[in-house]
Design a binder for this molecule. Structure first.
Ligand code: ADP
Length: 409
């Protein structure tokens, strides 16, 4: 539960941060483009106005005679019909316009000697071209500086936004955490409260079982049904309690070095009586003596959960096989059944809380979708992992891999 809350908080934080960054970037690009376009447009318009001067075309034909320079601009040039420069102003203008035959009022930017120029040109009626240009180095420098400042601001604001998102996500998630904690405490308290009456009921049914012979057939059947229900409820309440304790971090494992082979054979022995009633065979492969460091009660619970499932989801006259071995630094426990199997699409969900493949089995099989989430918790708390291989109609194999004594990872 807390993992889910933490993941949601992290997702919310990144969502806020990425969204803010995107908005900032969009703003920076839009601001830069608007400013740079309006600065350059102003320069372009200036050049265009000059080149549109009607008297210019005459100049080409009068260029041999002395006259005043037509522009106040840094650069200009008049090229005659034969391609010769008739009039010019500004160093390097020849190189800038060399080979450039502009269409009407075309512009281009030129880099020359570490300076940047904006040129405009147009053909003149009767032949030849006129060119005009301005030095825009300063404007470009200011625009570059503006871009750098905006970029640095974006980075700074992104950091600030990430921090703010972290705080905001924390605030947004707080009511959910509170409600989850209240729910967990409620489950914890309710399970505790229910344990006592359930134990009294179980004890009562045990006494009635001893007196079974004196009961009528109907009463005997009722006692059997009711004691079955009480057993089911007790196991559910215990499971809920384990989950609530695990969530609140109150479930402390008491790890010690233990003989897992003994534990498995003991559990299998007591379980075989239950499965045999349904004609299911239970075989083992426990040749090796395997030791590990773990919590005996929890490991026994893990085995019961897997065996219980192998029984519940088996078929008439099916089989269950349990094996235990040590390979290198790992202890490998498998519980395999020839039961109904689990479809591929459900395999990664079955360890989630309250997930059940077939909801209609919940009443008949005492299925509540908690068992495997507890199993996964126990395995994780022992720094191990559970693997599943299953095929519908063929059965399932749960493999628990735990660190051996030589490898306490
Ligand atoms: P429960 O068995 O109480 O429903 P679990 O968490 O133990 O809860 O199992 C979740 C679901 O996974 C079960 O409802 C069942 O659909 C499926 N499942 C678990 N073990 C097996 C198995 N050995 N064979 C087939 N299905 C299984």
């Amino acid at each position: 539960m807390m993992d889910l809350v933490r993941t949601t908080k992290r997702r919310l934080m990144w969502f806020f941060a990425v969204l803010t960054m995107l908005f900032l970037l969009l703003f920076v690009v839009a601001a830069y483009l608007t400013v740079s376009q309006s600065v350059m447009k102003e320069k372009e318009d200036e050049l265009m106005a000059m080149l549109s001067d009607k008297s210019l075309s005459r100049l080409i034909h009068e260029a041999e005679e002395p006259h005043e320079k037509p522009f106040n601009h840094n650069l200009f040039a008049i090229v005659g019909t034969s391609g010769n420069i008739l009039e010019k102003q500004g160093d390097g203008i020849e190189a800038m316009i060399d080979g450039w035959t502009p269409n009407i009022l075309e512009t281009k930017e030129v880099d020359q000697d570490n300076r940047e120029y904006l040129l405009a040109g147009k053909p003149v009626r009767g032949g030849g071209y006129v060119y005009s240009g301005v030095d825009v180095t300063e404007q470009k420098r200011v625009l570059n500086r503006l871009f750098m400042v905006l970029l640095i601001l974006t980075i700074l604001f992104t950091f600030a936004a990430t921090l703010l998102s972290f705080i905001m996500a924390g605030k947004a998630i707080r009511p959910i955490i509170k409600s989850a904690e209240r729910q967990r405490d409620f489950v914890n308290d309710a399970s505790h409260e229910l344990r006592t009456p359930l134990s009294i009921l179980s004890a009562g049914f045990e006494i009635l079982e001893e007196e079974k012979d004196r009961l009528s057939d109907f009463s005997r059947q009722t006692v059997d049904d009711l004691s079955g229900e009480v057993r089911r409820m007790s196991s559910l309440v215990n499971d809920l309690l384990v989950l609530a304790r695990a969530d609140s971090g109150k479930l402390v494992l008491e790890k010690k070095v233990l003989n897992l082979t003994n534990l498995v054979s003991r559990s299998v022995r007591s379980f075989s009586r239950i499965v045999e009633v349904d004609g299911i065979s239970l075989t083992t492969d426990l040749k090796e003596e395997v030791y590990l460091k773990g919590d005996e009660d929890r490991l026994q619970q893990l085995l019961y959960l897997l065996l219980d499932n192998a029984h519940k989801y088996n078929v008439q006259d099916g089989h269950v096989h349990v094996s235990l071995k040590e390979t290198g630094s790992e202890v490998i426990l498998t519980v395999e059944d020839g039961g109904i199997g689990i479809a591929q699409e459900h395999q990664d969900k079955i360890f989630e809380r309250f997930f059940r493949v077939d909801l209609s089995r919940s009443r008949t099989h005492g299925s509540n979708g908690i068992g495997l989430s507890i199993a996964a918790f126990i395995v994780e708390a022992h720094n191990g992992k559970v693997l599943l291989e299953s095929k519908v109609g063929q059965g399932s194999c749960f493999t628990v891999v735990l660190p051996g004594l030589s490898n306490e990872y």
